[in-house]
Design a protein around this ligand. Sequence first.
Ligand code: HEC
Ligand code: HEC
Length: 272
Amino acid sequence: MEQIFRQSRGERGARHMNPVIAMFAVAVALVAAPVAAQPLGGISSQWSDPDIWDIARGGQLYDDWMVVLEHPEPKGNHPAYPDIGKKKGKATWRCKECHGWDYMGEDGAYGKGGHYTGIKGLRRAVGMEIDELMNIIRDKTHQYTEAMIPDSAVRKLALFVSRGQVGMDQYIDRPSGRARGDLRRGASFFQTVCAICHGFDGATMVSRTATALAAFGDRGYLGTVADDNPWETLHKIRNGQPGVGMVALRVLSVQDQVDVLAYMQTLRRRRQ
Ligand code: HEC
Ligand code: HEC
């Protein structure tokens, strides 16, 4: 899977150089038109990042590498998972469980409640060398072996940690959990990009069976997820959902992604 994606991307880059550049110009023009007053920095810099897919993939691995890699869950708790933590087994092996959806560890949303571990976040690691980060993921604290997460995936995780994080406090008001976004802009993205799979009301989970619905309950509605965990939702908007065919909006500016989140927070919480 990893291999196939890499190849297809490489081939396209080599054989169709000019159309890609042309697409770039058209896309910038289209996206820029309605927001001419805003600087283009965010958009153009993300377009020109040749690692954008690997970074998004790294974000999915950060979310749940076992699902992305179809790896059976390791036995027992992660060795670095503290006794004070309330989670067991598989959950303790996910990066997000110790470092948080907001990448702030104990300084963020996981500073209290059922996900508390007292472990620090990853904000200090922004901009760190990829090799250094790969070594951390393989170190004595983490103990992720090559058999669990191959080097190609560890590299994507490192790219995500170094270049894929966003400082969420700038975009989501922490006390209220409200996203600081433009609802009208968010609605236009949601209705044209997300609704095809999730419905205009965000109440459709395309792959969800009756059993899964019974298990997840109210979480089947995007309005609920966006309300209850805006940090998780922003992470998924940017990187996609592990193990399923979902888009990643990383190519858009962070503000556009936050606009989508703000709109999702207006969607209904459950079927009425
Ligand atoms: C069970 C808990 C746990 C899990 C799961 C976990 N980590 Fe960590 N991580 C830690 C602890 C504890 C430290 C601090 C180690 C230290 O300071 O010596 C840390 C530190 C780090 C650091 C260094 C941060 C800094 O500021 O120096 C990075 C980067 C990191 N982890 C990435 C990851 C990634 C990527 C994953 C998933 C593949 C992951 N971690 C999963 C517990 C965890
Ligand atoms: C091609 C189909 C597709 C598109 C387009 C799509 N998604 Fe998804 N999304 C999925 C699938 C499949 C799932 C997993 C559902 C499940 O677990 O049953 C999912 C899950 C999610 C979740 C996690 C829900 C949960 O309970 O954990 C969020 C949040 C989400 N999508 C948001 C979005 C947003 C926002 C957009 C538009 C930017 C979007 N999706 C576009 C297919 C899609």
